[in-house]
Design a protein around this ligand. Sequence first.
Ligand code: ARG
Length: 558
Amino acid sequence: MDYKKYIAQRINAEGVGEEEVYASIALPPNPDMGDYALPCFKFAKVMRKSPALIAQALAAGYPSDGVIEKAEAVNGYVNFTINKAALAREVIGEVLSAGEKYGSSDIGAGKTVCLDYSSVNIAKPFHIGHLSTTAIGGALYKIFNFLGYKAVGINHLGDYGTQFGKLICAYKHWGDRQQVEEGGIHAINDLYVRFNSEATEEMEHEAREYFRLIESGDKEANELFDWFKELTLKYVRGIYDKLNVTFDSYAGERFYTDKMQPVIDELREKGLLKESEGAQVVDLEKYGMPPCLILRSDGASLYATRDLAAAIYRKDTYDFYKCLYVVAYQQNLHFKQVFKVLELMGKEWAKDLVHVAYGMVSLEDGAMSTRKGKVVWLEDVISRCVEKAYAIISEKNPELENKRDVAEKVGVGAVIFGALYNSKIKDIVFSYDKVLSFEGETSVYVQYTCARANSVMEKGGVPAEYKVGELLPQEAEVVKAIASFPQAVKDAAEKYEPCMVARFAVDLAQKFNKFYFDCKILTAEGDKKNFRLALTAAAHTALKNALTLLGIGVPDKM
Ligand code: ARG
């Protein structure tokens, strides 16, 4: 239930519209003051009274009913206290009947949202820099589907460029079929790194020639390229499986090879192409941006050229409502340029393209990716987290069955949550100890809370019927937190911030734990016991749904 709306409809503030009242309603700084607060300062001008008098009049005139228990004026605010028993009845009933669908909606009405995320580069390491795009994109994908949109996950593979010429050249000089077959992406990366540090002038020349051969469809060069691509994909798919991330399309940059010419023709026809030092560019000076490079002086296309073709292709193929690019903020300018060029081409849907930018991830010891091989591979970060999780779990609960399975869920969850928990634009420093802390604002903490709730449910059962009486503050807080889940999911989609779901989970877990420690559940008397069991089950469902949306597994026991 949307309480703000409920209140706004019943407030009678002369000269102030319902919309404005709705927008003004806020959460009071602490729950003792009430559940919602309406500041009246902004209304003083229209209503020609002091905020304090307005608040008094509004509180006195508020109709009493079973939903809002109390409307009270305090220093220019009207504080509203909702009837917690009524809320509890409504929310718990809804959660227990909706189950894994609790929080979902059909507001998306089947509209298509394309999500370009992870988008790794073939033959290059899948390093920790790709963690955020993979975790954020993967979560947004699930969140949009949960809200009734049709999400299309696209991995815009970086499989185009001169580096493949270099790779083939390196392989020809130093490579060994079996070694590459066995070593996969690591062997390929070694070759690439070696080329960057040891290649002679002559090899550089050869590499350019190999790249040209790939482009012109040479059989051998393309076979090698396909092989490298296949090995890379096999490897990244393994990581996606671990992270519970899926894609509907792996159409990468190369896919647009034959789709760029029509775009270039259209740009030319529309008078947008301009020559600059032999290259073809779209001038964006008027918009305060450097020119967008379309063709180099040697006729080669660029990253932006392929993104133009890709956007047009996606619009034609999926007729998206929105197309999101979950890509690091280093590419801010690139996307601004691409979106602007599409707008200048007269694509009215250019406004539906969104760059969902996020910050950098680095490790505590300062290591990040560098060109020359000092790379932190994501798989190593994941395995280290899983190993650490295993050690912690074994120590905490040596008797636990399926320790491996639990450690996997905890370790992987910590990696995902670590990348998600902060608002996405912040740079984050990844710390193993922090993400695996049972006490902090972590996925482990939430998972552990789920296991705790689950164990209560196993012992006490989930009652089919329960009576809701007067609520203790600890119970009311849990109810309110559970009730906020649907809005958190909508906010996450609207702001492209999965962290809102993560924060919801931590908040509910904290409130549930307070309830768990302060109130007896299994030994409660009479009606209270059943009510508390039902509340526990509802909290468990809401927490589980939240973690699932983030791609995080929920162990039954921990
Ligand atoms: N492969 C690129 C990188 O890792 C990201 C591609 C993002 N998507 C796009 N349509 N440009 O830097």
